[in-house]
Design a protein around this ligand. Structure first.
Ligand code: ATP
Ligand code: MG
Ligand code: MG
Ligand code: MG
Length: 479
């Protein structure tokens, strides 16, 4: 049986196509919805249909949607299951079928099409969704001990502060069924479970005032993480070792001249971060986002810069192939592009521009790094030579590094943390605030929250990178 990522994607789409769904292409990572920064889920392109603002073209559809979630940035490489870039497989009903069919098909897909053993699949439901409980228990036959009622944080899905939303039911895979059942079993325990499929019973619109208005029709919105189901079916320990991502890691290993098996945990994290971030960067640039200092462009810039530093920590010099002046990320990106056919068929044709953007940003940042690193080193030594038990870099110094040397504060923090030094973030904020007040520049910040209430632009706003040479570059950026 073929369990390659490409075949899993195909089988998902075929499964729903043969149940009356129209197969539609992935939408861009840059949503049409002006209130949203980036495409975080498959439902975004259908938001106006769910809200009843545009008539449906088909009763139900299925997609493989490329997604970006910057709220998971810190999780990349730390958990086995989070990426900034991933593909969400989805089936959608626009006032057509509802809970019963969505649940039964999700079960059939998981246990028959993908062949997961029924006793390894657990489900969660929204605390008072008795209807979902009845369907899982009586129609599907899931034993009650593997149905967990959960609260709003996990089982009430909203795409943002306002908009279509509803209770959801999720499917989890159990890696250790021998650990048994019981009230104390926690589906959030990621040493045992992985959430792979979320079924949202989209029947409300959340208004500005926070009220839940019933929608005209009841909809279905689902998301199944391709890399996660691939991890399960390919029986590998994490998403990164699936055929969807590992070839990119292999390319980085080659450039670093090391082997995966001999890499320690820190090096493995670096490998995963580079592979993840380069996927995100390639698809973001393909969808028209280029590195800059604000909004989406800052996301790309930050991802590239983080990847550059991780490359350095793996000992990759220059282009990794002998030229100390070159850039290595374009070589990694080439691999991503080679694997892009079913994710975004336009990428190959745009490849020269994508590679050039990445090359320039990498080389630019490396110069910045060289200049700032001396100062940062000095500040770290100063901090470590105090008798302070918790050595710390002042907000003012972090601000100078940021403002004059172009060190994004999260990079300063990351370097410092490696040496056991912290950053006075409150002090840094004060400096930022002063500068903001002085410059009176308009802030181009697009708001986006995901279901757990994480404001992904909070991060971006706090660390907005204003330029290499504080005065000249800022004038350009802000004009
Ligand atoms: P988690 O609790 O693991 O963070 P989630 O509840 O935030 O996931 P949903 O918003 O329910 O995720 O998205 C639907 C599906 O998309 C998830 O069940 C998962 O399979 C996949 N998914 C979500 N976030 C990521 C991510 N950062 N990387 C890879 N897959 C993801
Ligand atoms: Mg999440
Ligand atoms: Mg979850
Ligand atoms: Mg979920």
């Amino acid at each position: 049986e073929d369990v390659s990522g490409d075949s899993i994607r195909r089988r998902f789409l075929d499964f729903y196509a043969s149940r009356g769904h129209k197969v539609l292409p992935s939408a861009s990572l840059v949503p049409e919805d002006p209130t949203v920064l980036l495409t975080i889920a498959g439902m975004l392109q259908f938001k106006p249909v769910f809200l009843g603002k545009v008539p449906r073209e088909v009763p139900c559809a299925t997609t493989a949607q490329r997604c970006i979630r910057t709220n998971d940035l810190e999780n990349v490489g730390r958990t086995a299951r989070h990426h900034t870039f991933f593909e969400m497989l989805g089936n959608f009903s626009f006032g057509d079928y509802f809970k019963r069919e969505a649940i039964r098909w999700a079960w059939e897909l998981s246990t028959v099409e993908f062949g997961l053993p029924a006793d390894r699949v657990w489900v969660s439901i929204y605390q008072d969704d008795d209807e979902a409980f009845e369907i899982w228990k009586n129609e599907v036959g899931v034993p009650v001990e593997r149905i967990k009622r959960m609260g709003e944080a996990d089982n009430f899905w909203t795409s943002g502060p306002t908009g279509p939303c509803g209770p959801c039911s999720e499917l989890y895979y159990d890696f250790y069924p021998e650990r048994g059942t019981g009230d104390d079993v926690d589906l959030g325990d990621d040493s045992r479970f992985i959430e792979f499929y979320n079924l949202v019973f989209m029947q409300y619109n959340k208004t500005e005032e926070g009220l839940l208005e019933p929608l005209k029709q009841k909809n279905i919105d689902t998301g199944l993480g391709l890399e996660r189901i691939a991890q399960i079916l390919q029986k590998v320990p994490n998403n990164y070792e699936t055929d969807l991502i590992y070839p990119i890691i292999a390319k980085v290993l080659e450039l670093a001249n090391i082997s995966y098996d001999s890499a320690d945990e820190k090096a493995k994290t670096s490998l995963k971060v580079i592979a993840d971030h380069m996927r995100a960067v390639v698809y973001l640039i393909s969808d028209g986002v280029v590195p800059s200092n604000i909004g989406r462009g800052y996301v790309v810039r930050r991802l590239i810069r983080r990847a550059v530093r991780k490359g350095k920590s793996l000992g990759i010099d220059g282009d990794g192939k002998g030229s100390l002046k070159g850039a290595f990320l374009p070589t990694v990106a080439e691999k991503v592009i080679e694997m892009s056919a079913y994710i975004d068929s336009d990428v190959k044709q745009k490849s020269p521009r994508i590679l050039e953007e990445i090359r320039q940003e990498e080389l630019h940042f490396k110069k910045t790094l060289e200049r700032g690193e001396k100062l940062l080193d000095q500040k770290l030594l100063d901090a470590l030579s105090t008798s302070d038990k918790t050595p710390c870099i002042s907000g003012k110094d972090a601000f100078i590094l940021y403002d004059t040397y172009g060190f994004p504060v999260e990079i300063t923090a990351e370097v410092a943390e490696e040496r056991g030094v912290s950053i006075d973030m409150d002090g840094f904020e004060v400096e930022m605030e002063n500068q903001r007040r002085q410059s009176q520049a308009a802030h181009n910040v697009v708001k986006l929250t995901v279901e757990d209430g994480d404001d992904i632009t909070r991060d971006i706003d706090d660390t907005e990178f204003l330029g290499y040479d504080s005065l000249s570059a800022r004038a350009v950026v802000k004009s």
